[in-house]
Write a protein that binds this ligand. Structure first.
Ligand code: G3H
Ligand code: 13P
Ligand code: ZN
Length: 325
């Protein structure tokens, strides 16, 4: 059966335009939470509705194939309806995280995404420009927002593996934004993906706010995106290690540095790993304490409850997005 095209507005979603201009003016950041399944999506929407925060729900290429693209489109539509039924009017954007090809971005746009990232950061500069521009041309015909990236984060960027990080070169940002027409730009200032961002036992090196400031000077008022922004909540790492896991040395970005970033031109902060840790910690704890239980609603329900707590905390005390919907 041929896949039916759908525009995001039919699903009740919005692009990032208004979200980002308000976040820039109000000096806060829009949370972008990754999800793969029902419980994560429910938690994100309920927590953001409770804190009255605008939200970007994002899926990686891997998440899209895990959840199934048709299922995902109806999940997003269901998420909007669920929020509205609880009386919440929060803006919800559905975003492709780390799109790695023009074809994937087009497929997402055609199936209801309101924003896509084309991650050409690993390509030579001119190829990154050409690929990003091509995606922008298609996306803008459909009023879909596009995020590009300059500089490479350490760790694993979906299927793009970067052994060593390369900081964004501020001297490239203006030219990149002008040539491609992107709506936001992800930069590399010392964050990385996953739960092991820095060497355990050593002082956490501060993010390179000097690079961020240089970028801001060259593209004033332009929305900047921070990837790899999980704090790697130590309470969860400890719970995981206590209940049979092995995550020694997991460490992330201190909340204070994220607050500083949120108050700058950083308009979108990406969080995936902290959600994974919360879910894993609670499930491990549940099984250890009640080994007889086998109803997934029980342990997934506990995990979902913890995710709501985590997301509310981030919106209220780190990103500053609570009350801004
Ligand atoms: O930046 C990467 C995200 O955390 C998504 O990761 O490809 O394992 O879904 P994933
Ligand atoms: P974390 O691994 O720090 O949560 O980063 C997620 C991310 O950048 C998704 O694009
Ligand atoms: Zn990322």
């Amino acid at each position: 059966m041929e896949k039916q095209k759908v525009h995001y507005s039919e699903l009740g979603l919005v692009n990032t335009k208004e979200m980002f201009s308000k976040a820039m003016a109000g000096k806060y950041a829009i949370p972008a939470y990754n999800f793969n399944n029902l419980e994560q999506l429910q938690a994100i929407i309920n927590a953001c509705a409770e804190t009255n925060s605008p939200v970007i729900i994002q899926v990686s290429k891997g998440a899209r194939s895990y959840a199934n693209e048709t299922m995902l489109r109806y999940m997003a539509m269901g998420a909007v309806k669920m929020a509205r039924e609880t009386g919440s009017n929060i803006p919800i954007c559905l975003h492709l995280d780390h799109g790695d090809s023009y074809e994937l971005c087009v497929s997402c746009i055609d199936s209801g995404f309101s924003s896509v990232m084309i991650d050409g950061s690993h390509l030579p500069y001119d190829e990154n420009v050409a690929l990003t521009k091509k995606v922008v041309e298609y996306a803008h015909q459909h009023d879909v927002s596009v995020e590009g990236e300059l500089g490479v984060l350490a760790g694993i960027e979906d299927e793009v593996s970067a052994e060593h990080s390369t900081y964004t070169k501020p001297e490239e940002v203006e030219d990149f934004v002008r040539k491609t027409g992107v709506d936001s730009l992800a930069i590399s200032i010392g964050t990385s993906h996953g739960a092991y961002k820095f060497k355990a036992g050593q002082p956490v090196p501060p993010l390179r706010f000097d690079i961020l400031e240089e970028c801001e000077k060259r593209i004033p008022g332009f929305p900047i995106v921070l990837h790899g922004a999980s704090s790697v909540v130590q309470e969860y790492v400890q719970l995981i290690n206590t209940y049979g896991g092995k995550m020694e040395g997991a460490v992330g970005i201190p909340e204070e540095q994220l607050r500083q970033a949120a108050a700058s031109a950083v308009c979108k902060i990406n969080i995936d790993s902290d959600g994974r840790l919360a879910v894993t910690a609670k499930i491990r704890e549940y099984f250890a304490k009640d080994p007889k239980e086998f109803d997934p609603r029980k342990y997934l329900g506990e995990a979902r409850k913890e995710l709501v707590k985590l997301i509310k905390h981030k919106n209220e005390t780190v990103l500053g997005s609570a009350g801004k919907a």
